[in-house]
Design a binder for this molecule. Sequence first.
Ligand SMILES: [Fe+2]
Length: 320
Amino acid sequence: MIRYSNPPILLRDVFEDTSEVVRLLERNAPYTPLGGWYRPDAELDQATSPMWFQNDWVHADLRIEGSELFLFHERVTQAARDFYDAKVIVPHSVYVNLMAALERCGPAHTDNPRFQGRDRSNTPMWLLRTMLWSGLFDRYAISQATSIWWMNDVEGGGLTYWADGPDAPPHEHIGDMANTALVGDNHGMFHQVGPVGPFDQGTRLVTPRAELAPVADSDGEWAVTDRGEVRYQAPLDQYRVSVLWKADVYRDEAEQLQQLADVLSLAEVANVFDRDLAERGADFRFDLDRVEDPGLIADVTAVYPEAVPVGKARSIFDAA
Ligand SMILES: [Fe+2]
């Protein structure tokens, strides 16, 4: 079954001078509301998006100028080596979140897993997650380290994390978060973003077309503009700014070579599930032609349910 990770490592004073990060943020504006799999059917002209903005700075096909500041951060990389007792750390993703005025939490979740030859580019998200929770593909799992770095202290904005597994009460990193980072296993450890102030008007909603960017000729002010109108404005240090870093982790070069060579096909994935479903006496089999079929998804995920962490708070994406 799934193995839960050790508690993350907390780093302080991660950057000597955070003004470089501010310039990086400014150069890469504007930022757009979080889309993705939590809200795939958001209507473009309806104000249904919280002010949770995100941009990618590094992924497989992208590396913005200046992102090396995060991508190759020496202490973060060393913390990942220490956390996993591993020699090879291959950073591959950096992205940034900017948030304001979220009265409720983000969703409690684990980050999406990757397996040898199978990731979001070629495998549906639900299937990757079910592969993880089934425990049937552990030998193909690619360990991934995550660092979350916070730029500033805002009203609220803490991170709840289940360092002792989903069945034990969570820990919280809140207050004195500026320039700290948590380095650990967000793929094996549930975590949840706390409410973010200001709280005077509840969760302020914008449309998916909204943009967050610096205000020209101002002293560090940033504004959310939605279809031509400014909906919110505050100094940058009143937005909750966090930068996430992810890296593949290999115990050593031999393990890296072996993992990269030994890739899983979808047919193998289906076979592994089928063998297990047969052993369990299930009355259905994994049908690759129905991999997007809600009926098959419901059947399979019912056999291999995700854990639900104790004490998780209601999320902005839960039904009201
Ligand atoms: Fe996450």
